[in-house]
Design a protein. Structure first.
Length: 120
């Protein structure tokens, strides 16, 4: 069951921002702008409502729909999960390389890990 949108929890905002990084371009343009204003630009519901000439409830509804869509995209595509898993595996590789006795190999592996992380 979907938990209610909590627009004030930092963890929720961070999760939504991460989902938006991956799937934001799939949202409608108007929804994307409202979402960006709230989550990324830290505007209040009232500020967005005045700027867009809609009600605060209208802004809230758009944010709620965006949240549902972003989570639905992640549920289906799993891009964020895969990204986090890749980051964790790279961290483990770097840790193992750092603990091996061959300093040159560790340096080379560390360089490759950095290159891959930059590509992500």
């Amino acid at each position: 069951m979907e938990k209610e949108l909590s627009l004030s929890e930092p963890e929720e905002m961070a999760e939504l921002a991460r989902l938006y990084d991956f799937y934001g371009s799939l949202l409608k343009e108007n929804h994307r702008r409202i979402f960006e204003d709230y989550v990324l630009n830290n505007f209040s519901l009232g500020e967005i409502a005045r700027e867009r000439e809609i009600t605060r409830q209208g802004v809230y509804d758009v944010l709620r729909r965006c949240r549902i869509r972003l989570r639905d995209y992640e549920e289906k595509l799993q891009l964020v999960r895969r990204f986090r898993s890749t980051e964790e595996k790279l961290r483990q590789i770097a840790e193992i390389a750092g603990s091996c006795g061959d300093k040159e190999a560790a340096r080379q592996i560390g360089g490759l890990v950095d290159e891959i992380q930059d590509m992500l």
